[in-house]
Design a binder for this molecule. Structure first.
Ligand SMILES: [Zn+2]
Length: 235
């Protein structure tokens, strides 16, 4: 089988980088959330991506738990992306503030990032009652990403399009359509943006039937090989 690409061809993966990129800038805390279990492959997975066009790096980090307790589901993923200029100066942070909504921060000093129970979203600067977050930092390699995307059943990793493109414009949307890490699709009839949840997986094609906010039914298809997401009108 051909391997599913994990990044858009116009970006480069940076093979070696120092974790001081993170540790110089962030302090990690947790509020009622448990520490991840390294023996169960839980932890913060990271990789560094470079965009020639933008002259920016993006450190993609995703906190992985085997399960979330409420509402219960297996495989729980909460990303934060840290952007740097070509000299590794911090530019901005985009983080999952809960339910995969993307908030942005452009703070100059140290950032306190607190992982909160029960949905494992992040809050900034929240130290009250919080405990230091002890985690392993693991290499987010292609094999790991493919195993998350292509696992049997209904994969809970619904952050594919924004993973292959950490500069995806949907991450930065403001107003009524807030920035989001989730995959998104446009209704083929009215163009309304709908956010995707779990999708059925067949081979390397993800599929889900949806109804847009204006009551139009359609099918969203994500092809993990071409990395294209499309919407088809239902008959
Ligand atoms: Zn519609």
């Amino acid at each position: 089988m051909k391997l599913v690409p994990t990044i858009l061809p116009k970006y480069q993966l940076v093979p070696d980088f120092s974790l001081t990129l993170l540790f110089d800038k962030f302090r990690f805390y947790r509020l009622l959330a448990g520490n991840p279990d390294r023996n169960n492959a839980e932890g913060i997975y990271i990789r560094l991506v470079y965009s020639d066009e933008r002259q920016e790096y993006c450190l993609q980090a995703v906190n992985y738990y085997r399960k979330q307790i409420f509402p219960y589901h297996v495989n729980d993923y909460h990303p934060f992306y840290v952007y740097y200029d070509s000299n590794y100066n911090f530019i901005r942070l985009r983080y999952d503030s809960g339910h995969h909504y993307a908030k942005v921060l452009t703070e100059t000093g140290t950032i306190i990032l607190t992982l909160c129970f029960p949905w494992h979203g992040y809050k900034i600067g929240k130290r009250f009652l919080a405990l230091p977050y002890k985690t392993s930092f693991l290499n987010l390699n292609d094999d790991t990403l493919r195993s998350w995307w292509l696992q049997a059943g209904k994969p809970q990793f619904k952050l594919r399009t924004k993973f292959v493109d950490p500069w995806h414009e949907g991450l930065a949307m403001q107003g009524a359509v807030k920035g989001n890490f989730r995959d998104e699709v446009h209704c083929p009839l009215c163009n309304a943006v709908e956010l995707l949840d779990t999708m059925e997986l067949e081979d390397t094609i993800f599929r889900v039937c949806l109804e847009c906010q204006n009551g139009h039914r359609f099918t969203a298809i994500y092809d993990a090989m071409s990395m294209n997401i499309m919407s088809l009108k239902d008959h």
